[in-house]
Design a protein. Sequence first.
Length: 81
Amino acid sequence: MRLRLAEILKENQRKGVEPSTADQLAKKSKGRLSTSTAVRLARDEWKVLPRDVLITLCEVLEVGPNDLLDYTPVKRKRGRS
């Protein structure tokens, strides 16, 4: 699963809309996201995405979870049973 945050921020920058940087995202979240968390998420460096963080991202960016997350199933090799 991939977080499309960097793409959304870049698109906002192209449109001249805020937030267009991780710092602006953190500020617009009014304390719900730290700048370091916003930067880490924008770099797609996460393992667990808590529900409250997902809700904050959706609210601040005015998008739905389907816009924010990209899921491509990984084909796994089957082991012997």
